[in-house]
Write a protein that binds this ligand. Structure first.
Ligand SMILES: Cc1cc2nc3c(=O)[nH]c(=O)nc-3n(C[C@H](O)[C@H](O)[C@H](O)COP(=O)(O)O)c2cc1C
Length: 196
């Protein structure tokens, strides 16, 4: 059986990388110094035009519970028919990991760089953050969920109207063994182009 997140070499790591699941992310999470290190690595991504079209919002400690109250209040407005169990789940959305980092895309119209490329750079930031946290020995999952798309929830997280959520990166330590999933066969996805 393949050892997942094998840190013995860069290639071994990339070949065995596996997200943790937010359903099983406990302590420890990264310290303040480790969060800084994760962010340093996260911004080391391809970025056409050097626009830095992304920024971060960090949730740790009590902030995770506070934002959960805002999510639950919004959920109640959106789904008045849902009961307390459903509300409790929304309240606990960011409590599922010790550290949650929202990656906001700040993509905007630009004379030379299409917004699409700016969004792609934000996706690279999200993935680099997952890689960084995992390489440091933590487990991480790139999440979105409804709060990434609801304007009120986005505003509650501190996003501006012009910004999008590229990812909600949950970081902690898995409390359950990681299980791989079947990976696509790249050969089946490859077309070798040849002149007609
Ligand atoms: C943009 C984006 C949003 C995602 N949102 C969620 C999500 O809300 N919930 C979830 O369980 N997985 C989500 N995923 C998938 C996980 O990040 C991850 O790919 C999955 O747990 C499988 O693990 P793997 O990365 O080892 O393949 C999302 C992935 C991407 C790229």
């Amino acid at each position: 059986m393949t050892k997942l997140n094998d840190l013995s070499s860069p290639l071994a790591f990339l070949k065995t990388r596996k997200s943790g699941s937010v359903k099983a992310l406990g302590l420890p999470g990264p310290s303040s110094a480790q969060i800084s290190e994760i962010l340093d690595i996260a911004v080391r991504v391809p970025d056409h035009g050097k626009l830095n079209p992304w920024r971060f919002v960090l949730f740790e400690g009590q902030a995770r519970a506070d934002i959960g109250n805002a999510f639950a209040a919004r959920w109640k407005v959106l789904h008045p028919e849902h009961g307390e169990e459903s509300l409790a789940f929304q309240r606990g959305l960011f409590m599922r990991a010790p550290v949650v980092i929202v990656v906001a895309s700040t993509a905007a119209p630009h004379a030379k760089i299409p917004e699409w490329e700016q969004l792609l750079s934000a996706a690279a930031v999200c993935y680099n953050m997952v890689l960084a946290a995992t390489a440091m020995g933590f487990d991480a999952q790139w999440q979105t969920d409804w709060v990434a798309y609801d304007p009120e929830a986005m505003a509650a997280m501190g996003l501006k109207d012009s910004e999008k959520v590229a990812g909600i990166i949950c970081i902690g330590t898995t409390t359950a063994p990681l299980e791989d999933r079947p990976r696509p066969d790249p050969k089946a996805l490859l077309t070798r182009w040849a002149k007609a």
